[in-house]
Write a protein that binds this ligand. Structure first.
Ligand SMILES: Nc1ncnc2c1ncn2[C@@H]1O[C@H](COP(=O)(O)OP(=O)(O)OP(=O)(O)O)[C@@H](O)[C@H]1O
Ligand SMILES: O=P(O)(O)O[C@@H]1O[C@H]([C@H](O)CO)[C@@H](O)[C@H](O)[C@@H]1O
Length: 168
């Protein structure tokens, strides 16, 4: 948990509760700004994350990240995950200049979050196909765009963890 008066508090202002994020996205869209949404666990960041997030940011004017809570990650990826807790994961993402907002979701999927914020564009990395992206139908039904972006082979948090374990 970041210490209150440390510099990290400034970028962490991007971390928004759901109700505030709904308002913020609506304001951006009313100003004519295209809002791109993606989601994930983002446990140990790697070049695959960075490349696809940069590509996502270039698709619109604002990039919003749905971040799985610790409990959500545990259900999805196992009890020994995440390595980094949700505030640490949010801190790393918040320090990326091309990310405009982050919201932690407790559910197993970001479906309710996506339905609530109504992004213009929904993306995931190249390890997904459009028909495996949660929320795709909802975004498409509203005339939005759903895309899978480039995949950087060889990079995953799981591989990073294995690499560290092998060095021990
Ligand atoms: N190598 C990669 N290239 C491009 N995008 C990626 C890559 N790895 C993950 N992503 C994307 O990053 C987002 C977050 O994925 P996630 O946090 O599960 O990463 P991961 O490295 O696959 O983690 P894990 O190994 O724990 O499953 C997803 O949208 C996913 O499509
Ligand atoms: O980090 P991951 O495992 O890529 O993120 C998951 O993505 C799922 C995805 O949106 C399915 O299309 C999502 O349901 C899950 O909650 C994780 O965010």
């Amino acid at each position: 948990m970041p210490i209150m008066d440390h510099p990290i508090q400034q970028p962490l202002q991007k971390l928004l509760a759901r109700e505030r994020l709904i308002q913020q996205v609506a304001e951006w869209q009313q100003a004519g700004e295209k809002v791109v949404f993606t989601n994930g666990c983002f446990d140990l960041l790697h070049p695959g994350h960075l490349n696809y997030l940069l590509e996502a940011a270039a698709l619109g004017q604002k990039l919003v990240i749905g971040l799985n809570s610790d409990a959500s990650v545990k259900r999805l990826k196992g009890q020994n995950r995440p390595i980094n807790d949700e505030m640490t994961r949010a801190s790393f993402l918040a320090c990326l200049y091309f990310i405009d907002a982050i919201s932690i979701f407790e559910e197993d999927t970001p479906l309710e979050l996506i339905k609530a914020i109504k992004p213009n564009i929904l993306v995931k990395g190249g390890d997904y196909t459009v028909n495996t992206i949660v929320g795709a139908n909802e975004v498409l039904a509203r005339g939005g765009t759903v895309k899978t972006l480039a995949f950087v082979p060889g990079y995953s948090t799981t591989n990073l963890i294995k690499k560290i374990q092998e060095q021990l």
